[in-house]
Design a protein around this ligand. Structure first.
Ligand SMILES: Cc1ncc(COP(=O)(O)O)c(C=O)c1O
Length: 362
């Protein structure tokens, strides 16, 4: 039996049918940029996340860059970024001409709480990343950032549908950034992203920046760019949203089965809080010193896994910064993501559990 880490081709027939129908409707309507599907997406996300504004764009990396630009961050400025995240978080900072300043994470990859030690006079913002879908403690972070005069840009690319104290990931910061990359809990059939904000002025600025600075066609107020969402991706996301909550249930059920099965294995670190509302169960990352052996063992058994992420950002070629990033580096060495997605079959979960128990019984 082959169990892929994630195979999006396995979507249920009913979902495929609805997606094809929506595609066919769009072809007939002949609207491929902007339009009702984009508006519907904005409204649905605002309702579900209780956000005042949602501004769809081309992808999550652009969302971060647009957020930085909207907040006026650029050359000469510093932005605090966790050492363990997807590379986009720091890339966006460099793309606006500012400097990412890396800070270590806790053992599970969330920005360490003493990040304010990185603050200097050039610091303009901090980017907490809700890694693997688990939220950074946002009440503390936002209070601290405010007292230090820093903007907060939430990288909620992996955390659509996580809520802390009833407030959604992405709605705590000055701007929150979402990715709808196909593998995310809410994924498009291609590239898409979104900025969230509760500030009308920022919402307007973000909209201008992603559409060549135009409030109206041929009226250019500032230098922007094209980072509009494709109508077709907005339409697919509207369909995907119909299944979002049911899919979340499936993820949580699988996560609970893993937790129950593995809780007795002393050598294994399990994701904390994955069943809580401030974790959307995007990834199930276990930690073991035997990570590479376990991964090889699972490959032989036909079970796919992934590593998020094998290299920390400060050690990547474009950044190359020497520093003490012990927790982040440790996670890169011992973290392993198990299959966790709505398309996983119950018998496959049985097999994965059995394989891991067998590995640690050896
Ligand atoms: C933490 C994080 N930030 C940013 C991004 C960028 O999103 P996108 O791939 O849509 O550009 C991703 C997505 O992979 C991510 O996981």
């Amino acid at each position: 039996m082959k169990i892929p880490f994630l195979d999006l081709g396995r979507m249920e027939a009913s979902l495929k049918h609805r997606l094809k129908e929506r595609f066919s409707d769009l072809l007939d309507a002949g609207i491929f940029s902007g339009g009702k599907e984009v508006e519907a997406l904005e409204n649905s996300v605002c309702d579900f996340l209780k956000s005042s504004f949602s501004i769809p764009c081309a992808n999550g990396t652009d969302a971060l860059e647009l957020a930085l630009r909207a907040l006026g961050i650029g050359p000469g400025d510093e932005v605090i970024v966790p050492a363990m995240t997807w590379v986009s978080t720091a890339e966006a900072v460099v793309m606006v001409g500012a400097k990412p300043v890396f800070w270590d994470t806790d053992e599970e990859g969330l920005l360490r709480k003493d990040w304010e030690k990185a603050v200097v006079s050039k610091s303009k913002a901090v980017i907490p990343v809700h890694l693997y879908g688990k939220m950074v403690e946002m009440a503390d972070l936002t209070v601290k950032a405010k007292s230090l005069g820093l903007f907060v840009i939430e990288d909620a690319a992996q955390a659509y549908g996580s809520f802390q104290n009833g407030r959604a990931a992405g709605t705590w910061g000055d701007v929150g950034c979402l990715s709808f990359y196909p593998t995310k809990n809410l994924g498009a059939l291609g590239e898409a992203g979104m900025c969230l904000t509760q500030d009308e002025f920022l919402a307007e600025k973000l909209r201008l920046l992603l559409n060549h600075g135009q409030p109206l066609r041929d009226q250019h107020e500032l230098v922007g760019r094209n980072s509009r969402i494709d109508t077709i991706q907005a339409a697919f996301l509207n369909v995907m949203l119909e299944d979002f909550e049911a899919n979340q249930q499936k993820r949580k059920t699988i996560a609970k089965r893993y937790l129950d099965a593995f809780s007795g294995i002393e050598e294994l670190g399990l994701p904390s809080g994955i069943l809580d509302s401030d974790h959307n169960a995007h990834l199930f990352v276990i930690q073991t010193e035997k990570r590479n052996e376990l991964r090889d063992f699972l490959v032989k058994k036909g079970v796919g896994t992934a590593i998020h992420y094998p290299v920390i950002l400060p050690e990547m070629k474009p950044f190359a910064i020497v520093g003490d990033f012990e927790n982040a580096r440790n996670l890169a060495n011992i973290g392993l993501s198990l299959p966790l997605n709505p398309y996983l079959r119950s018998v496959e979960v049985d097999v994965i559990i059995e394989c891991i128990l067998a590995f640690f019984r050896k």
